[in-house]
Design a protein around this ligand. Structure first.
Ligand code: 5CA
Ligand code: ZN
Length: 481
């Protein structure tokens, strides 16, 4: 009975070795299969897909508050794609082209969308007529394709982004679009807070903004190896695309005006973040809000009382399901220890054990994924479990915030910046010039991520630019994925 299962025999690399841990956990916990024979394309296992369903269910519920969901085609005709000069420049090296229908060359090449501005905006030009049609707020969740040349990595840098949530809004004025940028940042903050992921929000440097945007606000988190991951971006598009695609509305005085637009996107990097921020040496740790299985019930079966214990386990599961929880009963004929191991690896926030002793005492034994053990009277089961999950949610957020805060260093010199980016990010005064940013990037082997930083410990330091000594304001510097 004490023979380790095959699953237990392979130990997970410690989280310390983040790259090894990440690679290994994805297949061991059955999130992604990386063996698909095209570089940068990966397969969602059913358990990974169940996680995706929770995360994207949350994202949808936030978007649905004041956006409408729609669906535009995957293929974009070359002429449309080529209309906006900046946009083409930004994407031309990443676009996959469809050139043939069967053996017949196409008259018009078709791009696989790398993002959907040029698919959506010609239609917006038809849909938007008057000020009464504005604001227009639409999103879609689709696959997009980018021929990425940097090292591809499951959920992080994909050539098929399978879970691209892109929102595209249209407004009467530049100011209204600017206000929408703030609304979008608020939505993304809420999305990540619900998943207990602390974020740093900053304004990307001019040269790093989205191709065709007036400005870009990025949402980053810090991964366990200290590198930042951009997990969302919000772009103010001004009237660049509306002029190109002819998105005009009649204002209250009967005059035609160009609209102002925003777009903002999230990909499965959000799922990479949940996995990476919370996981530990024993495997995944999911925040209850998005855990595909929130509670696993493990019957402790000994001899004669097997049927009684199993029946009780089913009853417990039913009570919890009626309370809206996602519950599994593990009835397999294997050691309880092997079951604990299995569900810990898969990040289940709470394990409920029921054995003969628990039955006699009218309780269940509850153990959180962080190891806190308690007894809950059977009569208070639903409330007891809900309270534990609430606390766990708070604990995970607090733990992640503490970690992130510890990785943000206020630096006043180049040397301090170089030291800080080894474990996280630096907030260092910068004058704003590209020359200084490039020199800095060279010398500390990190990127100038942005300014106007909002987040944890980001009061930052105003002072002389760490490169040239001119007056500077706090900028985010870090190594990024
Ligand atoms: N049209 C805009 C807003 S939807 C757009 O495409 N923005 S983006 O290029 O910045 O992409 C949005 C987000 O998708 C990024 O912030 C990043 O988190 C994610 N993303 C971008 N490229 C990839 C990729 N190759 N693999 C995984 N995620 C990606
Ligand atoms: Zn400078």
């Amino acid at each position: 009975m004490t023979v380790p299962t095959e699953e237990e025999q392979r130990t997970l690399p410690p989280k310390q070795d983040f790259s090894g841990w990440y690679h290994e956990i994805l297949w061991r916990a059955e999130i992604m299969d990386v063996r698909y024979p095209v570089k940068g394309l990966y397969v969602w296992y059913p358990f990974g897909f169940a996680l995706r369903k929770q995360v994207y269910g949350l994202l949808r519920s936030l978007m649905d508050r004041d956006h409408e969901e729609a669906l535009f085609p995957l293929l974009i005709p070359e002429q449309e794609f080529m209309k906006e000069a900046e946009h083409i420049k930004g994407f031309e090296n990443e676009v996959y082209w469809v050139t043939h229908g069967g053996t017949t060359p196409l008259d018009v090449k078709l791009a696989l969308r790398p993002t959907s501005e040029t698919a959506i905006y010609p239609m917006y030009a038809l849909w938007v007529r008057s000020h009464a049609d504005l604001p227009l707020k639409i999103y879609q969740i689709v696959s997009t394709f980018r021929y990425e040349t940097k090292h591809t990595r499951p959920l992080i840098r994909l050539r098929e982004i399978t879970s691209f949530k892109e929102a595209h809004t249209v407004h009467a004025t530049w100011e209204e679009a600017e206000a929408q940028v703030e609304v979008a940042i608020g939505l993304y903050r809420e999305f990540y807070r619900t998943m207990c992921i602390p974020v740093l929000v900053s304004r990307r440097p001019e040269w790093d903004k989205f191709p065709g945007a007036d400005y870009t606000i990025a949402v980053d988190t810090i991964m366990p190896d200290g590198r930042t991951l951009q997990i969302g971006t919000v772009h103010h598009l001004g009237d660049h695309f509306s002029r190109t695609f002819g998105i005009q509305y009649e204002d209250t005085r009967g005059e035609q005006q160009y609209a102002h637009q925003t777009c903002y996107g999230i990909s499965e990097r959000s799922i990479a973040a949940v996995i990476s921020v919370h996981g530990d040496d024993r495997g995944l740790v999911f925040p209850p809000a998005v855990a595909p299985v929130q509670v696993v019930v493990v019957p402790i079966i000994v001899g004669s009382r097997k049927e009684e214990v199993l029946a009780s386990a089913d009853g417990v599961a039913e009570t919890l399901r009626n309370d809206g929880l996602r519950v599994k009963v593990d009835r397999r004929e294997i050691r309880p220890g092997a079951k604990y191991y299995h569900w810990e690896l898969r990040g289940v926030p709470l394990r409920v054990e029921i054995g003969p002793k628990d039955l006699d005492a009218g309780v269940v034994t509850a153990v959180t994924r962080l190891g806190a053990k308690s007894r809950i009277p059977r009569a208070d089961l639903a409330e007891g479990v809900a309270e534990i999950l609430r606390q766990l949610q708070d604990q995970l957020l607090a733990r992640a915030e503490t970690d992130l805060r510890g990785r943000v260093t206020c630096a006043a010199t180049l040397a301090e910046t170089a030291a800080a980016v080894k474990t996280g990010v630096a907030l260092a005064p910068w004058c704003g010039s590209r020359e200084c940013a490039e020199a800095l990037e060279q010398q500390v082997d990190a990127s100038m991520l942005g300014t106007e930083v909002r987040g944890y410990g980001t009061e930052g330091t105003h002072g002389p630019c760490i490169m040239c000594g001119k007056p500077g304001s706090p900028a985010l510097v870090g190594r990024s994925f």
